[in-house]
Design a protein around this ligand. Structure first.
Ligand SMILES: Cc1cc2nc3c(=O)[nH]c(=O)nc-3n(C[C@H](O)[C@H](O)[C@H](O)COP(=O)(O)OP(=O)(O)OC[C@H]3O[C@@H](n4cnc5c(N)ncnc54)[C@H](O)[C@@H]3O)c2cc1C
Length: 443
């Protein structure tokens, strides 16, 4: 059933050279890179703050900035993310990198409020116009293969933002899908990575808690032997920069039929938010009752939204594969690297598969940012062109920062050279990125 809406004229809210949709790690780096290169740039974000899943879904931990390179931990994503790290450090909101899986790989926790402030400062410094509380809802096209404007809905009404190059950093490939770019969903058998509702626990006695996070899995196993049930195995419960606060990543949000809640289905998302909070309450009560140091703890925050790991993956000129990740593949058009292993959130569990090559990172080709069928569009972040298996690795923050920075620089280079983003001179792009401090994995 349908209703007919009245035909209307949509006011133009502004005209920019580069329009970025989404303010997660990919969008932050893309907009900062384009803005700093001198492009008139706008970033459109539905929430009132930046950070994407890192803040809105309570992730509070960078994965993929580091790789295990021949047994040595190295930070392998550089450039715009260094500036975020520096700002977080100055705000006192960054922990030292910590090892996981017996120090096989490292991650780095940050304070969620500090990240919001650091990202604001970075983008304002790059002269990027920020449009918050604006939901992207569609596009208008000037030609079959060219986007003219991003259509947004805001509290002050519906509007159009004209642009020359558009960068989809929505995580969900919203802009690419509206523009008609082809995309894939899930593993081909209908399975998406399962989402989680993240929460933070306050009032932890850090000294007594010690390395409690290493023992929670065993406590859960013991409770399961006595009949208790948990949403999934492999809990991650770890301290934040302030040891009185811990983050908890141990929920798994399924529909009543057992399938993963889809991040592009409003009914499922609504169900998932409530189910997520139910699991938060249940798992928190267990931790408080069983882990030392948590006796006086409380739930400091349930993330503003359910954490979605995977929705649309836009098909581009190259589809990064799981083998590329595991074999640490190189590409002539590298624009950055991914050092995170495959981390598949499957029903009831999290399955890690580590790189087969001791170098520990794969290069990311520029072609994975170039969607088919739309000429003035780049896609960066977790919705870039990757298979389900590759996305299970390169969706984490590190690779998203790298992709975003490359997309922003490529938009600038295309505009400056008067060519389509498809025809950007890749050696020039690589030189610019390395000049900006990015690491392309070429040494
Ligand atoms: C539960 C969970 C735990 C995770 N744990 C880790 C971890 O420990 N470390 C790590 O590095 N990564 C982790 N990840 C993965 C990582 O956080 C994300 O994959 C990464 O943030 C993706 O970056 P992105 O920029 O592509 O998209 P996102 O971070 O998803 O950002 C997309 C942004 O676009 C906005 N947006 C989307 N659609 C629209 C629209 N139509 N209009 C306006 N705005 C829109 C969103 O509000 C959001 O701000 C986790 C993810 C989840 C869900």
């Amino acid at each position: 059933m349908f209703v007919l809406e009245e035909r209307r004229e949509t006011p133009v809210l502004g005209e920019y050279e580069v329009v970025v949709l989404g303010g997660g790690p990919a969008g932050i780096a893309a907009a900062a890179a384009a803005g700093r290169a001198g492009c008139a740039t706008i970033l459109v974000e539905r929430y009132g703050f930046l950070g994407g899943a890192g803040t809105a879904a309570g992730v509070t931990n960078f994965c993929g900035l580091h790789a295990n390179v021949h047994g040595e931990h190295r930070q392998v994503v550089h450039g715009m993310c260094d500036e975020i790290l520096d700002r977080l450090q100055r705000l006192g909101g960054l922990a030292a990198p910590h090892g996981i899986f017996n120090d096989r790989i490292r991650a780095q926790a940050y304070d969620v409020s500090a990240y919001k402030i650091a990202a604001d400062e970075l983008l304002l410094g790059a002269e990027v116009k920020l449009l918050f509380h604006a939901m992207g809802v569609g596009v208008s096209k000037s030609q079959k293969s060219e986007i003219e404007a991003l259509i947004v809905e805001t509290k002050s009404g519906r509007g159009a933002i004209l642009g020359k190059v558009f960068i989809d950093c929505s995580g969900d490939g919203d802009l690419a899908a509206w523009a008609g770019a082809p995309f894939e969903l899930g593993d081909g058998k209908g399975n998406l990575l399962y989402p989680s509702t993240m929460y933070r626990i306050g009032g932890v006695d850090a000294e007594r808690a010690g390395n409690a996070g290493d023992h929670i899995a065993a406590l859960m196993d013991e409770a399961e032997r006595k009949g208790k049930r948990f949403p999934r195995k492999k809990p991650i419960v770890r301290p934040q920069p302030n040891g009185a606060e811990w983050r908890a990543n141990l929920t798994q949000i399924r529909n009543p039929d057992g399938s993963a809640v889809s991040g592009i289905d409003a009914e499922q998302l609504s169900f998932g938010e409530v189910e997520g909070r139910r699991q938060v309450r249940d798992t928190f009560e267990f931790i408080r009752a069983s882990a030392p140091g948590f006796e006086r703890a409380y739930i400091a925050d349930i993330a503003p939204q359910i954490g979605i790991r995977e929705t649309r993956r836009v098909r581009g000129a190259y589809l990064l594969t799981e083998d590329d990740v595991l074999d640490c593949a190189d590409f002539p058009d590298t624009i950055g690297v991914n050092g995170w292993p495959v981390e598949a959130h499957v029903a009831g569990n999290v399955e890690f598969v580590f790189q087969r090559n001791p170098r520990g990172f794969n290069q990311l080709p520029y072609r994975m940012l170039l969607p088919a069928k739309v000429d003035n569009l780049l896609v960066a972040g977790r919705c870039a062109s990757m298979t389900h298996g590759a996305q299970s690795a390169a969706r984490v923050s590190g690779a998203c920062f790298a992709m975003g920075q490359a997309a922003g620089r490529a938009a600038h280079l295309a505009l400056k050279s008067g060519v389509s983003v498809r025809d950007v001179d890749v050696p020039s792009l690589q030189k610019l990125l390395e000049g900006d401090g990015a690491y392309l994995g070429r040494d």
